[in-house]
Design a protein around this ligand. Structure first.
Ligand code: SAM
Ligand code: SF4
Length: 322
């Protein structure tokens, strides 16, 4: 479906839970109130929504949360989504904690790609950022397993002053592994609104002290929010996602479904359409599609992070689905 600004909407991000086994300080409060189970879409409701979305031109789905792998039988959902005609790619964003154990089932279900959030490789810092006393996963080995399993694998690192010292080590993960390491400016959503982001341009300047030939990648994906850079010293690429310093809205191809069934045309606005009520009231496929079309038609031209309006999103990222 083409929106009123000429953007082809082909990517749906689905949050399947607000719950998480970590408490990253920029994402959620230390003691969050959880949504009750009855408020969360069932897998059948998610699949029905995804089917309607596919009939409107969605070809790629990403499962996120909260932490998607804390929801039971997540692999079964992946298999159901992969079976939808028109859906070419199903990907997942995860904090990696449960990934090693779930990997075989996810691969059998047909998962195509995984983004793992790794803000730091330093254990004490990781525990501080995630407010967790779990042991930090062995990132190198987890990434290696993902790549060996045939998953397109990316690392997401949110930029914050506390992890400046990690940039080089994180980027070096792309030295021997075919993973893209992406640095993301912190967005003023939830707790991110009160802690400051580092700027993506600064990362590039720092990384060029070790890989001076870092240059824009030749195969840039137009709709990706990331700008990718390559170096002869790296197997994977370095990605910079800079919503705060460079808007990428003119090529935005995505919509979001929250765990409670709100269809959101833009991350930065709290506005959207409640599909849960419609699904539970027995709406027909045609009605569902029509409501989704109207919502996509309202997709704003650009995000409002720099100039927050009254309609700006105020929920925490785990509730919206990052
Ligand atoms: N739990 C999973 C994870 O951490 O990958 C999936 C959900 S998490 C909300 C999705 C992504 O959003 C993560 O990469 C996380 O780092 C990012 N995120 C959370 N809050 C953010 C913020 N304020 N600004 C930028 N990215 C944020
Ligand atoms: Fe959990 Fe992901 Fe949010 Fe961290 S960023 S608290 S892992 S949902």
């Amino acid at each position: 479906m083409i929106d009123r600004f000429g953007r082809e909407i082909s990517y749906l991000r689905i949050s399947i839970t607000d719950r998480c086994n970590l408490r990253c300080f920029y994402c959620m409060p230390p003691h969050p109130e959880h949504l009750c189970h009855a408020d969360i879409l069932t897998y059948e409701e998610i699949v029905r929504t995804a089917e309607a979305a596919a009939s409107l031109g969605i070809t790629k789905i990403r499962i996120t949360g909260g932490e998607p792998l804390v929801r039971r039988d997540c692999a079964e959902l992946i298999a159901m989504l992969k079976a939808i005609p028109g859906i070419r790619t199903v990907a997942m964003t995860t904090n990696g904690i449960l990934l090693a154990d779930c990997l075989p089932a996810l691969c059998r279900a047909g998962l195509d790609a995984v983004n793992i959030s790794i803000d730091t490789v330093q254990e004490a810092r990781w525990r501080a950022v995630t407010r967790s006393d779990r042991p930090m996963p062995d990132w190198q080995s987890l990434l290696n397993r993902c790549v060996q399993s045939g998953l397109r694998t990316k690392v997401n690192a949110v930029l914050m002053k506390e992890t400046r010292g990690d940039w080089m080590v994180l980027a070096a993960l792309a030295e021997s592994l075919t993973v893209d390491v992406r640095f993301i400016e912190q967005m003023p959503i939830g707790r991110g609104a009160v802690s400051e982001s580092e700027c993506a341009g600064e990362v590039l300047r720092t990384l060029r002290t070790r890989w001076p030939d870092l240059h824009p990648a030749s195969d840039e994906e137009k709709s990706s929010p990331a700008r990718y850079y390559e170096s002869a010293g790296l197997t994977g690429r370095i990605g910079l996602i800079a919503p705060m310093t460079h808007r990428f809205c003119e090529s935005c191809n995505r919509i979001r479904l929250t765990s409670t069934g709100q269809l959101k045309p833009c991350l930065s606005y709290e506005t959207g359409t409640d599909l849960r009520e419609l699904l539970r009231a027995g709406a027909s496929d045609g009605e569902l599609r029509e409501v989704m079309c109207r919502c996509i038609d309202k997709k704003p031209k650009q995000h409002c992070f720099a100039d927050p309006t009254e309609a700006a999103e105020h929920r925490t990222m785990n509730r919206i689905g990052g």
